[in-house]
Design a protein around this ligand. Structure first.
Ligand code: BGC
Length: 427
């Protein structure tokens, strides 16, 4: 019903506002050069451009792509603080080990062995999580750019040069901590963070050294849950993920060790809120740092803005057996920013938004449903484009006529690929 109303208001705006050419995507015949925001013609390369979830950056060095991040004065990135979250994930695992000292070493060999599912070796969030776990468990090795984040393959004998054995003292006994195996979970066609690949990996690993695996750690819940359901749940082996997807949070009641909420409810809001503020021509922090006319506002314990990187980052929260009941529904708007805007004061606008992989558990089960709640609240007509996780050009091709839209929210397949999109906006 709300969607229908938003659509009706959008149509009303199209036909009633003098000088406004904001159109719904399906009706446009193709205008040259740009359309309108607030009555003035805006060139496509001046419209709001919000990168989200995959920060434009060099996938080898991690260096931010400032050309993409400052493409125009209405360009921002929305993500979460990867280092703070990674530290929390590592600490959550260590806390679990400490709290379960007497039963953690399942085969009593004096080695606490873990396996690690890596999402995407070229994604800075994935890299941060691998480093966070290795750092907390003492298995990381310092490389040129910080802790080495490469996968080890199989390292049951502890001979890898990518990680080292850590050690931890529990109730007066010193245990080794070893990363028994890790790999990038990329499928045959190239999609990363691939849950099915993680499910296959745990089958392979457990078949050859299952009795040595005391913990399973994953860069995200999609892969973590595939390993949990495929093996560790039945074995009673604690499994840790990241994202606080609803299925993973619910699984904590069944032995899933814990996860991290990256406050997707705040990120999804920020992604669309920045668009709203630009098209409304108001201060960019309206409804963010300062309350808007509906009372929406965020407090600084849930996000911060890094001006140099033009990036808004949500803060992470650990979700464990102690607090998981508060996180069971991952798709509810964050209460302090859930007040619907007045549709007359904030007329409907058209937004092009893509999700790099419609099969990505976090983006499809948590982030997109949140966006769909916020697009009603913020009165934005969002066209959601789903990619296959590997083919950037298939997504870019869907941006065939950018003049139909008032803003763009982009989730890249590969963090190096920003120019594939900005080239279209520059045409
Ligand atoms: C999420 C992953 C997701 C990835 C996609 C990360 O922030 O934690 O679950 O697959 O983004 O880019």
């Amino acid at each position: 019903m709300r969607k229908f109303l938003a659509f009706a208001v959008a149509l009303f705006m199209v036909f009633s506002l003098v000088g406004c050419s904001s159109e719904t995507p399906t009706e446009t015949t193709g205008t040259e050069g740009g359309d309108t925001t607030g009555g003035e013609t805006v060139a496509n390369n001046q419209k709001p451009l919000i990168w989200f979830n995959r920060q434009p950056s060099n996938s080898t060095t991690g260096e931010l792509d400032m050309n993409a991040l400052s493409f125009n004065e209405n360009t921002y990135y929305v993500g979460f603080d990867a280092n703070q979250g990674a530290e929390l994930q590592g600490q959550m695992v260590v806390d679990y080990i400490t709290a379960h000292a007497s039963e953690i070493d399942r085969n009593g060999d004096g080695v606490i062995g873990y396996v690690l599912a890596i999402g995407d070796i070229g994604h800075n969030d994935s890299i941060a999580r691998t480093r966070g776990v290795r750092s907390a468990l003492g298995t990381g090795i310092e490389g040129e750019n910080g802790i080495v984040s490469d996968p080890v393959g199989v390292n049951t004998d502890g001979s890898s040069s990518v990680v080292k054995d850590g050690s931890i003292e529990l109730d007066g006994t010193t245990y080794f901590v070893r990363e028994l195996a890790s790999q990038e979970m990329k499928n045959a066609t190239g999609a990363t963070w691939d849950a099915a690949t993680a499910g296959n990996a745990i089958n392979t690993w457990s078949a050859s050294f299952g009795d040595q695996i005391d913990l399973v750690v994953s860069n995200n819940d999609g892969m973590g849950m595939a390993m949990f359901n495929g093996w560790s749940k039945a074995q009673g082996v604690p499994t840790f993920g990241y994202d606080a997807n609803a299925d993973a949070v619910a699984a904590i009641a069944e032995g899933y060790g814990g996860t991290i909420s990256q406050h997707a409810d705040v990120q999804a809001y920020l992604t669309l809120r920045l668009v709203r503020n630009v098209v409304d021509g108001v201060d960019i922090n309206t409804g963010i740092a300062t309350a808007d006319d509906a009372g929406n506002v965020l407090s600084d314990d849930v996000y911060y803005y890094d001006e140099e990187a033009r990036s808004y980052y949500a803060l992470n929260v650990a979700v464990t057996a102690d607090n998981y009941e508060d996180f069971l529904d991952s798709t509810v708007p964050y209460a302090p920013v859930s007040n619907e805007l007045d549709k007359e004061a904030h007329p409907a606008k058209n937004v092009w938004l893509d999700i790099y992989n419609s099969a990505d558990n976090f983006l499809s089960a948590t982030y997109q449903p949140l966006l769909q709640n916020y697009d009603d609240i913020l009165n934005l007509n969002v066209e959601y484009i789903g990619g296959d996780g590997q083919n950037e050009s298939a997504i870019v091709n869907r941006l065939g006529n950018p003049s139909q839209y008032d803003a763009f929210c982009i989730n890249m397949v590969k963090t190096d690929n920003a120019t594939s999109y900005t080239a279209v906006l520059n045409q």
